[in-house]
Ligand binder design. Sequence first.
Ligand code: ADP
Ligand code: MG
Length: 363
Amino acid sequence: MKAGGALFRVSVAALTVLGLAGTVHALRPDPEDVSQSLYLFGTMVEVEIHGVKEPQARAAIARVDQHLQQIHTDWHAWRPGALETLNAALAAGESARVDPALAQVLAQGRDLACTSDGLFDPAIGALIAAWGFHADTLPEGDPPLDATIDALIAPHPTMLDVTISGTEVRSSNPAVQLDLGAYAKGAALDLAEEDLRAEGITDAVLNAGGGVQVMGRHGARPWRVAIRDPFAWGVVAALELAPGEALHTSGNYERYLEAGGVRFSHILDPRTGRPVTDIVSVSVLAENGALADAAATALSVAGAQDWPRIAAQMGVKNVLMITGQGEIFATPSMRARLDPVGGDFPAPVTLVDLPASPRPRCD
Ligand code: ADP
Ligand code: MG
């Protein structure tokens, strides 16, 4: 086994919404805030609504809750539901019909796989399952054998093998198995935001651990969130999110397979079938949750050399990367947004300009 995972030292939620967490909130409740925790894909989603009366906020949260539960069933690759049924059909070389929301998220996944040069690719579900990263809980046991990994990557399953015509989905490659884990949270928060808007909510924050999405403002102020330091109990920086922005962080340190004293990241390089070994944390700020989430995963795979090109191709501008050596890289626009809480960043921030890499053609 060539790929050795770096040892990562902490396990904490990657993002936190400042002023909402724990005792601060309990001691100084804002009478205009209503919050509730919901469950999605093994994490809690904290919904915080500002500026409406409690019954309206609760009704809106109930709608989001119902939708997220539906998404949890429909988009889960390895539990009975729409995606599992679709995967069985694709493996059998058959096409299948899915509901419009799933068709849309798959089409977006195909596009994001294309623009990321396949570094984010939800078609590698069989590989993800072989590593045990498909379950909501941490995997146990040994990593898969080299022969198993090589056999799974040999047929090169990719989203570009998948055709989505309306609500009909088919694949020209029976090795394609879909796993939406790398962008489902972002895509789900995009839909939850639509639900809240339909319920008349204009100011809210949805916080799903590694992903935060905001609507409007927190009263007179913007919503303020922090990116946790992957090496220490604290934050790297805080930033204010403008209405409609989403911030997603992919970390090697929250979900991994631990075997023989090595932690294997749950982010896999589709080219090698093996986990990413160096990048500890990538945060992407964008105006679409699915894009930010998929890009955070893709840039983790791209690594410290290639990420600027992939970011440019995917159309994301605001990126923060922390490597296993503790180096911090950021695009100038991201750096301008970051406020090093209580002094300095944990290490100097190296500014990286994005190249003018055009978006690939994806039809
Ligand atoms: P998190 O779940 O912590 O937000 P990510 O968004 O990076 O982290 O998603 C990681 C998950 O995505 C893995 O658990 C696996 O299911 C899936 N995955 C891993 N590597 C890839 C990849 N290169 N492309 C697409 N999906 C991936
Ligand atoms: Mg992701």
